[in-house]
Design a protein around this ligand. Structure first.
Ligand SMILES: NC(=O)c1ccc[n+]([C@@H]2O[C@H](COP(=O)([O-])OP(=O)(O)OC[C@H]3O[C@@H](n4cnc5c(N)ncnc54)[C@H](O)[C@@H]3O)[C@@H](O)[C@H]2O)c1
Length: 251
């Protein structure tokens, strides 16, 4: 299947992380140029280099997604560097742990800022750019099964933000479908990354029991689905949240 990604220009937030780096390298394998955006610039540079080895153009951009200026600058800088931005994968995430009675207000704000407000801000700039350039484009927002199930282990703020991503995705998709811009979300279950390394080390069996397939996903397993959803093979899909949870969530 031709994913028609060759020569497209993609932005991946949290591109230095476990799932983000897998999405970046798979996009590069399909011939897409990649902007690896992350707070962790050194790791982002390393991912950009892995992409360049595959023969595409790739840049690392330091972005603090709690900064509205950085969110806008990410899209603008991509357009300056590559001429356009055809794909936006809002993948960065923050998963702090506190029960509701213990969540400090600044942690609440930071969790909402990174997981939800930054998705709005990058989408806003990305849509404006593509409407101005009259280009078709794809947006994928990474969310979680927690958006539907809530949290049982101290992530109520994260679950609330990820639920916001689901309905934001629906609303935006309706606004921009006629402009040739597709907007979807991908709800993940448990994927082995730095984000959950400690909880998996503490009680892997607790999570595996909740997954029908019986194991935690590897990043590239879900990254392949993400790459399909931003590809030219996915033109008919918009306004949906697709589940990639190994059966952890069935709805
Ligand atoms: N790993 C899982 O089991 C799982 C499950 C459900 C959903 N998700 C979602 O998948 C996405 C990727 O997570 P991951 O598992 O690869 O985690 P990860 O921790 O490996 O990667 C997240 C990346 O986001 C970056 N980031 C955090 N705060 C930032 C900020 N303020 N500005 C810019 N970048 C920032 C981090 O530096 C990191 O590189 C997240 O949206 C996460 O919520 C993951």
């Amino acid at each position: 299947m031709d994913l028609q990604l060759a020569g497209k220009n993609a932005i991946v937030t949290g591109g230095a992380g476990g799932i983000g780096s897998a999405i970046c390298t798979l996009l590069a394998e399909e011939g897409a140029n990649v902007v690896v955006s992350d707070l962790a610039l050194e790791r982002a540079e390393a991912v950009a280099e892995q992409c360049r080895v595959k023969g595409v153009r790739a840049h690392a951009i330091h972005t603090d997604l709690t900064s509205p200026a950085d969110c806008a600058a990410l899209v603008d800088r991509t357009a300056q560097l590559l001429g356009s931005a055809d794909v936006l994968v809002n993948n960065a995430g923050l998963w702090p742990t506190h029960l509701v009675t213990e969540i400090p207000l600044d942690e609440w704000h930071r969790t909402i800022d990174v997981n939800l407000t930054a998705v709005f801000l990058t989408c806003q700039r990305f849509v404006a750019l593509n409407v101005a350039q009259k280009r078709k484009a794809k947006i994928l927002n990474v969310t979680s099964q927690a958006a539907f199930n809530g949290s049982t282990t101290g992530h109520a703020h994260y679950a609330a933000a990820k639920a916001g991503v689901v309905t934001f995705t629906i609303s935006l998709s309706r606004e921009v479908a006629s402009k040739g811009i597709n907007v979807n979300a991908l709800a993940l279950g448990m994927v082995a990354t730095a984000m959950n390394r400690d909880v998996l080390a503490a009680d892997r069996a607790y999570y595996e029991k909740r997954i029908q397939i019986g194991r935690i996903a590897q990043p590239d397993e879900v990254a392949r689905f993400a790459v399909f959803l931003v590809s030219g093979a996915a033109d008919y899909f918009t306004g949906a949240t697709y589940d990639a949870t190994g059966g952890m969530m069935s709805r």
